[in-house]
Design a protein around this ligand. Structure first.
Ligand SMILES: Nc1ncnc2c1ncn2[C@@H]1O[C@H](COP(=O)(O)OP(=O)(O)OP(=O)(O)O)[C@@H](O)[C@H]1O
Ligand SMILES: [Mg+2]
Length: 270
């Protein structure tokens, strides 16, 4: 594993595919920023791409190599995981690179038998986990919009965590961490519902609970064969939202809860 001692050194990374045809660039490790589930994350300087993030793993001695661990990954599977993530960046998310997801520069190897793997991405800022507190309306709507953009490309992120939401000094939001992501078919009701549900989870994470699925926007169901029927179904679902069955109302009445005639809770602000 690349350690602090190597901080002032540079490391040579060979282009993973077609390396003979391309010039060799030196990537300068600048700052260690994060130890992920499998990879170590370094801010680096690339002679062509400028400030980048390099996710590096020593495939012979990595944190998930112990067979008894739940998240055990066999040495030979690491490259498969990396390629899986790459297929999202270079597949459905290609158009969003540099905007909603970082630019993606490829997978590189170094060392004998390709011992070290590195995935190089544009630097996208710092994650919300680093202590962003100011969740004003502008930032929240940018976060919801970032998820919407990946959803409209048919990708559900599947790992909504603050560490996967990055903000840069221009207050631009980019999403990372696509190793668990799933493709969804935006021409099927099942696919669209899954994406809408993830959009609702994102809103829930930021306590925007009171918003119906439909708030995500008509673009979600625009590619269905019958968008109007889908919307009518969503509205029917919505009409049922917040209904409390009579027996629960009775139980809650002794705690002072109040309900409208059609069985919805009357919330009183404290
Ligand atoms: N392009 C990037 N720019 C800046 N920081 C990044 C970038 N990609 C990843 N990071 C940093 O690395 C962290 C983990 O990224 P990612 O989720 O891709 O890796 P992971 O191996 O899945 O790690 P974990 O299991 O902890 O989620 C992010 O929270 C962020 O701090
Ligand atoms: Mg992750």
């Amino acid at each position: 594993m690349i350690t602090d001692e190597s901080k002032d050194h540079t490391t040579q990374l060979n282009e993973f595919d077609n390396h003979l045809a391309k010039p060799l660039y030196r990537l300068k490790l600048v700052e260690y920023i994060y130890g992920g589930f499998l990879w170590d994350f370094w801010i680096c300087e690339h002679p062509l791409y400028g400030k980048v993030i390099s996710k590096i793993v020593d495939t012979f001695d990595h944190p998930c190599s112990i067979p008894d661990l739940d998240d055990n990954v066999a040495c030979e599977d690491i490259i498969k995981q990396a390629i899986r993530e790459q297929e999202f960046y270079n597949g459905p998310l290609l158009e969003l690179q540099g905007e909603v997801v970082p630019r993606y520069f490829g997978i590189y190897t170094a060392g004998r038998k390709d011992q070290y793997l590195a995935m190089v991405l544009g630097f996208a800022g710092y994650s919300l986990e680093t202590g962003v507190h100011e969740f004003n309306h502008e930032l929240l709507s940018k976060i919801c919009d970032a998820y919407k953009q990946i959803h409209l490309c048919g990708v559900s992120h599947w790992d909504i965590e603050d560490r996967h939401i990055l903000v840069n000094d221009q207050r631009q939001i980019q999403l990372v961490g696509f190793r668990r992501s799933v493709r969804q078919d935006v021409t099927t009701v099942k696919g669209v519902l899954r994406l809408l549900q993830e959009a609702a989870c994102v809103r829930g994470r930021f306590e925007l609970h009171d918003t119906p699925l439909a708030v995500a926007g008509a673009e979600y169901w625009a590619r269905l064969r019958n968008p109007a029927a889908f919307k009518a179904n969503l509205d029917r679902r919505e009409a049922r939202r917040g209904f409390v069955p009579p027996i629960i109302r009775q139980l809650n009445a002794r705690f002072g809860f109040k309900y409208t005639e059609d069985g919805r809770e009357i919330r009183t602000r404290k």
